[in-house]
Structure formats: structure tokens, C-alpha cells
Write a protein that binds this ligand. Structure first.
Ligand code: UDP
Ligand code: MG
Length: 316
């Protein structure tokens, strides 16, 4: 028998979200009631929370049969949580949303309408204002998007959030990208498909604190570059050629000067500076090669992206 209602999966990665979770469920539930022409499933991913998050999810799952969950054995990061959600989603359409209500559930209604009427594969949201960012975070974010725009052929929309509604085809193609070092914003763009972008102002977190500090964000930005550009390696090769060229020209000049003027050997301080400078440049590019190598090493090992401790099935 053909089912007549379409199913939307709401994937919600949660890491220490005991304050936000009840509020999220309350708001999301209102929308699911309003959108009676579709069925919903909630798929909470407990990413190794140390607070009461898992118990709250279990309670929800007991009283609402639409609530499913996957609980990780430890914290694997939001990227792993999103992947686990996509892999285990059953919906014809799948949305990824934060638990802190920065991705307002009421947007789902509009996103679903667009995806159906305008025949897009994906409706995604971005924020252009970043009003909650500090001056430095805004500066670095803008610089990063400019840089990645230049050095990567995978298009990145500035201010893109992970909040998006995708159809099954797009979800399946993302699941097929099984890389260990995951940078989803790049992966979403890499798989292609028609995406409609909507600008919206992300509200403040409803409760709790952001899980991303400066160091985590820096690592995430670096991940984006290493995963979607090899330009740094090409630059290192070009710098190498440039330095060889400079060395060749200087050698020719020194030989000619010595032949004409018979200069005695001198200038060791400048020589010392050159040696230090060149070694610095070499170490810098060795570091860049090392970063790519370390990512390759992790890919080759084929470690699991996440490890499941329990799901709603385990309690049946
Ligand atoms: N999150 C997660 N694992 C982590 C860090 C964050 O599952 O290691 C979840 C978090 O619970 C939230 C979402 O990812 O639902 C976004 O995190 P957060 O709101 O802290 O990030 P921000 O909005 O400040 O960038
Ligand atoms: Mg947030």
C-alpha cells in the first residue's frame, strides 16, 4: 500500500542541551501539529552529553512515538552527529536543526512549501548580519569566506548555517560521501543539486552556552580549507620555484661582481638572516604538507565517524 503522507525527519544534534531541549521540542511540536499534511520524525543525536540531555530525550521518546534517538559513546562533534542523523533518517525530506532554537522550527513550514512548489532539492538558510558575533569573529569570518572563495572551486555561501531541508536524493548523495574529516558546508555544496538560499537573522541561543569557542572555530575553518582546497600545496611549490629563481639571479650577480671587482668574502650577518628566513619558509610549507598528510592518514585508517551506545530500539 502506498503511504499518502510524506515524512519529514528533523535531525537535532545535542551536546549538553538540557536547558534548550524542552523548549526546542515544545516549539517544534507546535509546527508539526500545524503542518498536518505531513508526518514528522524527530531524530535526536546525543553527542556524548555530560548533563541530563539523554534522559530528557528518553522521556520524550517514551511519550511521543515520533521521537527517535541515537546516543554516541562519547563526544564525536557536530559533524559526526549530523552524519549519523542523515544515515539513520527515514524521511522523504530531512532537516538539520540546532537544539538551541537558533534555527527556528517555524521556518520548516516555509522551507517545505518552497521545496514542493518551486521544485528545489534543498532550501538552506544563511545569515548576513551576524549581529551576535564579536568584532573579531565577524572579521575572521569575512576573511575566511573571501579566502575560501579564492582558493577553492567548491562554492561556499557566506554565513551559511547547517539549517536546511533536503530531499531524499540529496541526503543519499551526502551519505555516500563517507570521508572521516567532515566539513559539511563544503559537502553540501560539493554534491550539487538545486538549492534555494534564504537570508534570515538567527535569533540568540534560547538557553545554555555556545559549544564552539575560538579554538574550535579555528580548527573548523582549517578543516574547511584542507578538505576543499589543495591551493596551499600549489602555493608552496610556486614559492619554491621563486626562491630557486632568486638564488640563481643572486649567484650570477655575485659571480659577475667578483670577476669585475674581485670582492673579498663578506656579509655573514646578511647570510645568517637569509638562512633563517629560508629555513622558516621551508618549515612553514613542511607544516602545510604535514597537515594534508595527517588528514590523509586519518582517512586511510578508516576509523568510524561515530560509535553508537544506544538508540530508542535498545529500550524496546
Ligand atoms: N553540538 C554537537 N556536538 C558538539 C558541539 C555542538 O552536537 O560537539 C550541537 C549543539 O548541541 C547544537 C548545535 O550542535 O545543537 C550547534 O552548536 P552551538 O549552538 O553551540 O553552536 P553555535 O550556534 O554557537 O555556532
Ligand atoms: Mg547555536
Amino acid at each position: 500500500m502506498r503511504k499518502n503522507k510524506e515524512l519529514i525527519t528533523l535531525i537535532v544534534p545535542c551536546f549538553n542541551e538540557q536547558e534548550s531541549l524542552p523548549k526546542f521540542y515544545q516549539e517544534a511540536n507546535k509546527i508539526t501539529k500545524r503542518m498536518s499534511s505531513v508526518d514528522f520524525e524527530f531524530l535526536f543525536i546525543n553527542d556524548g552529553s555530560k548533563d541530563n540531555t539523554i534522559n530528557l530525550i528518553k522521556e520524550l521518546s517514551k511519550k511521543d512515538k515520533r521521537v527517535r534517538y541515537i546516543s554516541f559513546s562519547r563526544n564525536f562533534g557536530k559533524e559526526a552527529a549530523m552524519y549519523a542523523g542523515l544515515e539513520n533518517s527515514k524521511g522523504d525530506y530531512v532537516a538539520i536543526m540546532d537544539a538551541d532554537l537558533q534555527d527556528p522550527p517555524e521556518m520548516i513550514e516555509k522551507m517545505y512549501e518552497i521545496i514542493k512548489k518551486e521544485e528545489f532539492d534543498c532550501v538552506a538558510l544563511y545569515t548576513s548580519s551576524h549581529k551576535d558575533y564579536s568584532f573579531l569573529r565577524k572579521l575572521f569570518t569575512n576573511m575566511w569566506y573571501k579566502l575560501i572563495g579564492i582558493i577553492s572551486s567548491t562554492k561556499q555561501v557566506a554565513g551559511a548555517r547547517d539549517f536546511r531541508l533536503m530531499n531524499r536524493k540529496m541526503v543519499d548523495s551526502i551519505i555516500n560521501m563517507e570521508e572521516y574529516n567532515r566539513y559539511s558546508k563544503g559537502i553540501f555544496s560539493f554534491v550539487g543539486f538545486e538549492t534555494k538560499w534564504i537570508d534570515y537573522e538567527a535569533p540568540d541561543r534560547v538557553a545554555g552556552k555556545s559549544k564552539f569557542d575560538f579554538i574550535k572555530l579555528f580548527k573548523y575553518a582549517l578543516e574547511g580549507i584542507l578538505a576543499f582546497s589543495t591551493t596551499p600545496l600549489i602555493i608552496s611549490a610556486f614559492v619554491g620555484i621563486l626562491f630557486c629563481l632568486i638564488a640563481f639571479i643572486t649567484i650570477v650577480i655575485i659571480i659577475i661582481k667578483t670577476l669585475i671587482y674581485g670582492d673579498p668574502v663578506g656579509g655573514w650577518p646578511s647570510l645568517a638572516c637569509i638562512i633563517i628566513f629560508v629555513s622558516g619558509v621551508q618549515l612553514f610549507f613542511l607544516g602545510i604538507i604535514g597537515m594534508y598528510l595527517s588528514k590523509t592518514y586519518l582517512e586511510v585508517k578508516k576509523r568510524p565517524i561515530y560509535i553508537v551506545k544506544e538508540t530508542e530500539e535498545s529500550n524496546k
